[in-house]
Design a protein around this ligand. Sequence first.
Ligand code: SAM
Length: 233
Amino acid sequence: MEPGKLFVVATPIGNLGDITLRAIETIRSIDFVICEDSREALKLLKHLEIEKPLFVLNARNETDSINKIIMKIGNGENCALTSDAGTPCISDPGVRLVNEAIRNQIQVVGIPGANAAILALSISGLPTDSFVFEGFIPQKKGRQKKLKELSEEKRTIVLYESVYRIEKLISELAEYMPDRFVVICRELTKMFEECMRGFPSNLLEQLSQSKIKGEFVVIIAPKFWKEKVYSES
Ligand code: SAM
């Protein structure tokens, strides 16, 4: 029996219009969809008018689920790995499954699409020739060490942050790297999408003026970038 394939399919990060034609074709063609949360997957499938069996994969059931999925693919079934939003495996579940598929000689096919980090970077106006993606920095243990390390970083830094900690993060940036230019991209591709630009202390002031909601990507300019740009203008 020929094994099936594992398609790693990017889905929208807010605007359902951002699903690609290839992602739709792939989801139509496969036998089952691997998702993080069945409610989110059903929302997308309903929008696409596609019905497929769902298989939930998340941190709680990872080991057991991976074994079952690898067995199903080994028996010839094709499947699409998706996450709640954007590109699977990028600050989202799926890395271990992809790794296990490769170890089992299963073909892994990427179906590209939305990713919050790359989108934010592309509209940040900050250098993109070399950047470092840190995703969510540690919440407690190791957080200060990471911030200190990032304060020396000479490449553009891309971080993810949730609504619960965005003010905390920006106040820490004001402390650890007050002279670094920062871009906060909020609710990308959604109705209230916006980018806030400035130094951490200005951004903190803006954030505290209204009850801010949504999802955030924070882009931090490389060390010394500000000096270079201001001396040129
Ligand atoms: N896999 C996703 C991707 O490809 O971007 C990222 C998933 S991660 C669990 C979720 C985080 O991504 C959010 O907390 C936020 O930092 C960022 N994010 C996702 N969608 C976003 C959006 N529409 N606007 C801004 N940030 C977003």
